[in-house]
Every structure is written in structure tokens, then in C-alpha cells.
Design a protein. Structure first.
Ligand code: UT7
Length: 317
């Protein structure tokens, strides 16, 4: 169905360390590091998400040795672009001067895997060949910086991948579970257009419940991969998990009895960047030339919806 032919990423310059949050909410570096592993996160202080997403896109196109004109489709996964309309994908298309269809997907933190699934279907149906997927998030727009239970967790960033025809997607599964009340942000538009009462659009999360959902989801997907493909954790070279919390990743790693080198991370530097976390991480490992041809990558993400998505990709670049 598809293979990954290029990866890219872009992160904003401003770095907020844990000391920054000690000044604005009742928290400590010790609490944040011991409960999450997060030390810093990058936050957008100027420009729009379009610029960040376009920079990641151009970076991925360069890595794939493609020009914007070679693209057949652009898919962006994001919680919120710069505009309600047009989509972030249309804004990026215009910015990088591509000439192709473009649309957004909102599947929260699982957005990159959802996008891969859609791209795989379109490539398999021979509708498109070169598809650019960008997962770009500006969580800082919806994070409540007076709520210590969420504001220390999230960062902004963008990751991208160019996919094309190939035979490297061994497994993919996307899904949803009940739990709208566990992780959400109201749109911020007036609830009642006549009274114009505006609800706040801040992010709410029931952390402990999402923690349970996350670990159960990732472990059950690894079992499913074993059952369907006869691929065991030992056969997988890289576990690229959604970078929500170091403790979730450690719980999974220990339960699978796998070495730390197989679980690259970026949460300690970037925090939770929602859908962007996996493609950003993939790009870091790719740029470090660590993936070897034939390596199996297990990707798994979970988030608001509740959404989940997992896949196994053979590296062939
Ligand atoms: O990307 C979408 C998916 N998201 C996730 O996967 C996130 C999953 N959940 C988590 O990562 C964790 O649940 C959190 C990091 C969000 C929270 O960690 P926790 O160990 O589950 O803590 P908790 O929510 O049970 O809170 C424990 C205590 C509470 O105080 P009391 O009630 O025990 O007195 C909180 O009020 O920690 C308190 N607390 C804080 N204390 C200092 C919560 N946030 C903070 C903070 N600093 N920033």
C-alpha cells in the first residue's frame, strides 16, 4: 500500500522549562519530572501554525527529494489550525506553493495514524501517489495556564511524512472508545447564538483515566500485532509511542521486557505535542540515521475522542 519516503519536523523557538511553570502555577520541577518526565516544552509566541506546519512539510519534501509540484494530496492532522476555514492543509498548500487537494483530519493525538490509514486507502485505490501528511499542533492556544494539572504537560510542534506507493504497511488499526468527558476542549463558539454566551475553549483532561486507557490500548495493540502477523515485541526494532508521559512509555516497555534503546523519546524536551509527537520523533530517529532498511516500527497513539491508532511499518528508505 504505502511506504514512507521522507520525514520532517519544525518546532517553535521559545522554550518553557519547569522553572517557568513554578512561577505561574503551584507546581515543582520535582513533581513534573517524577510524574511525567517532562523537562521543557516549546511554545509558539509569534507567527501562525501554518508557518510551522509548512516548515515541517518542506523539511519532509527535501528528505524525500520531491518538489511541492510532485504532491497529489496534502492531509493535515490538527486539533485547530489558524482558521476555522480554510483548513490548515489548504493554508500549507498555499504557503509551499503546491497544487493539489488538501484537507484536515481531527483525531486528536491519534491524528497521524488516522492520516496514514486514509493515505493508505487512497494510494491502494490508485487515486493518489505522493501524499504529504503533516501533524501540527498549537496546544498553547487551548491550554489553560492557570490549571497546573494540564498546562505543564503540553507543547507546540509539527511533524511531517511523505508517503508513496510501496509495500511497507504491515498492520494498521484505528478506533474510538467512549469518553468524550475524559478529554476535551469546547469549541469556544457561542453556545447560544442569541445570548452570545461564550464558553471557554480550554483543554480539560482526566489524567488518571486517560493514563489507564493509554497503557491498555498500546499493550492490547501489541498483542493484536502478535496474533495477526506473528510479530513479537522482540521482532520489533522501534516502538514509537505517543509522547504523552514517560511513565506510560515505561509501563509499556517494562511489561514487554524490551530495552530502552527501542523506545526513543522526545517528551522530555517537547512535552506532549498531541498528533505531532510521533512524526516528530520519527524524523529525529531518521535524521540520526538510526533506522535500518527492513526495521519494523510499531507506532501507537491515543487521545481525545477517545481515539486510538496503531500500525506496523517496515522501514524502506
Ligand atoms: O495526549 C493525550 C493523552 N494524554 C495522556 O496520555 C495523559 C495521561 N495521564 C497522565 O499522564 C497523568 O495522569 C498526569 C501526568 C496527567 C497526572 O499524573 P497522576 O500521577 O495521574 O496525578 P493525578 O492526576 O492523580 O494527581 C495527583 C496529585 C493531585 O493532588 P492530590 O489530589 O493528590 O492532592 C493533583 O492535584 O497531583 C496534583 N497535581 C499536581 N501537583 C503539582 C496535578 N498536577 C500537578 C502539578 N504540580 N503540575
Amino acid at each position: 500500500m504505502l511506504k514512507i519516503i521522507g520525514t520532517g519536523r519544525a518546532i517553535p523557538d521559545f522554550i518553557a522549562d519547569n522553572a517557568f511553570f513554578e512561577k505561574i502555577v503551584d507546581t515543582t520541577d520535582d513533581w513534573i519530572v517524577s510524574r511525567t518526565g517532562i523537562k521543557t516544552r516549546h511554545i509558539m509566541t509569534e507567527g501562525g501554525l501554518t508557518e510551522l506546519a509548512a516548515a515541517a512539510a518542506q523539511n519532509a519534501l527535501d528528505n524525500a527529494n520531491l518538489e511541492p509540484a510532485d504532491l497529489d494530496l496534502i492531509i493535515c492532522s490538527t486539533l485547530q489550525g489558524d482558521y476555522i476555514t480554510p483548513s490548515l492543509a489548504c493554508c500549507v498548500k498555499s504557503k509551499i506553493k503546491a497544487d493539489c487537494p488538501a484537507f484536515d483530519i481531527n483525531a486528536a493525538c491519534a491524528g497521524f495514524i488516522y492520516s496514514l490509514n486514509v493515505a493508505a486507502g487512497l494510494i491502494k485505490s490508485q487515486i493518489y501517489n505522493n501524499i504529504l501528511i503533516i501533524s501540527a499542533e498549537r496546544l498553547s492556544k487551548i491550554v489553560d495556564y492557570t490549571d497546573r494539572s494540564t498546562c505543564v504537560l503540553f507543547g507546540d510542534g509539527a511533524g511531517a511524512a511523505v508517503v508513496s506507493k510501496g509495500d511497507c504497511l504491515r498492520y494498521i488499526n484505528i478506533g474510538t472508545k467512549e469518553g468524550i468527558e475524559l478529554l476535551n476542549a469546547l469549541s469556544g463558539l457561542p453556545e447560544n447564538c442569541f445570548t452570545k454566551k461564550r464558553e471557554q475553549g480550554f483543554l480539560y483532561m482526566n489524567g488518571p483515566e486517560i493514563f489507564k486507557f493509554a497503557t491498555q490500548t498500546v499493550l492490547s495493540e501489541i498483542n493484536e500485532v502478535n496474533r495477526r502477523l506473528n510479530v513479537k515485541p522482540d521482532d520489533i526494532q522501534w516502538f514509537l509511542l505517543h509522547q504523552a508521559n514517560g511513565r506510560i512509555i515505561e509501563t509499556v516497555r517494562k511489561s514487554l521486557k524490551q530495552p530502552q534503546e527501542k523506545f526513543p523519546e522526545n517528551y522530555s524536551r517537547f512535552g506532549n505535542t498531541s498528533a505531532a509527537s510521533i512524526p516528530m520523533l520519527m524524523d529525529e530517529v531518521n535524521r540520526d540515521n538510526k533506522f535500518k532498511k527492513g526495521d519494523l516500527l510499531f507506532l501507537s497513539a491515543f487521545g481525545g475522542g477517545l481515539t486510538m491508532g496503531s500500525c506496523v511499518i517496515e522501514w524502506d528508505k
